[in-house]
Design a protein around this ligand. Sequence first.
Ligand SMILES: *[C@@H]1O[C@H](CO)[C@@H](O)[C@H](O)[C@H]1NC(C)=O
Ligand SMILES: *[C@@H]1O[C@H](CO)[C@@H](O)[C@H](O)[C@H]1NC(C)=O
Length: 359
Amino acid sequence: MGFKVYNLCLFFLFCQQALVAVSKHHNVTLLRGKKEVSWCNLFIGSWVIDPSYPLYDSASCPFIDAEFDCQKFGRPDKQYLKYSWKPDSCALPRFDGVDFLNRWRGKKIMFVGDSLSLNMWESLSCMIHASVPNANTSYFRRESISTVMFQDYGVTIQLYRTPYLVDIVHENVGRVLNLDSIEAGNAWIGSDMLIFNSWHWWTHTGNSQGWDFIRDGPNLLKDTDRLGAFYKGLTTWARWVDLNVDPTKTKVFFQGISPTHYQGQEWNQPRKSCSGELEPLSGSSYPAGLPPAATIVNKVLKNMKNPVYLLDITLLSQLRKDAHPSVYSGDHAGNDCSHWCLPGLPDTWNQLLNAALTM
Ligand SMILES: *[C@@H]1O[C@H](CO)[C@@H](O)[C@H](O)[C@H]1NC(C)=O
Ligand SMILES: *[C@@H]1O[C@H](CO)[C@@H](O)[C@H](O)[C@H]1NC(C)=O
């Protein structure tokens, strides 16, 4: 009985009402997290070698930026391309680009966030392209919105760049990070699927800080606790989703916190960073535990009215200290232990997105 209702809910993914009704009769914990409802938690597992990987060749994908194209920019090792994520209690469905295009025919998908969204957007576009290499596509890069369109299917996959999700407003005093407003959100309405992400820019200081002041209610601040600001900004985003997204029309995902690997002490190798790392951590745990930002994400999502599916990629990505561009980036000077090579880890994020939509 209960099982049937679960399956129905998995099919619709976002049928919170039905789940709440079920919970009166069954012990269903963590309903709002969604992933727990499934018979398989996709995000608990380990990395295994799979000779059939990678899912595409970077040289034949027209959508990869130099900053992620590690093979082109001299990365000598290849084993990092061969890992596939194996959830403990089920198999991750293999990605089929044609099937994906048919299911999303005539629809619009939008990634919203920072360069980790860019990483995931390019990955999905390449994964689909590998299945339909001769399909007619159009491709535009713009300051705020970039688009890949698979014209024969009418499928549009967009990237909206807004690293904080909340607005940066240009005022007389300079750039103001406004914790209470999301004017930019008007451009997201009407998408059939939205995949949000934010965190890394909240930590930036000095030249890479994206604002001069923070507006928090009536206060204009020179600086503040970054995690606390992230909590407020993400709460504004959650309110925006609750007010503006119709869950019967739009599926909403949060991409989860993507970890960095600059600090080897996090995995008990204090002298190391991602540089020169050739293998993932084995097993299913990360010595440093979850970053505090992931706790903030959980807390905000739990209090939302509209269901948002958390792509809980933090732990599985923490294990992939080997998957960053490090010095083999065609764009970033120095050691990039923040973004991810393509092909590579973001392909798994997209397989998980696809699994969440189909399982
Ligand atoms: C439901 O299950 C969880 C985990 O098994 C347990 O901790 C909790 O006490 C249970 N709640 C009820 C109301 O039975
Ligand atoms: C691409 O578009 C052209 C012109 O509309 C069409 O003839 C062709 O079949 C399309 N290619 C594919 C692979 O669908």
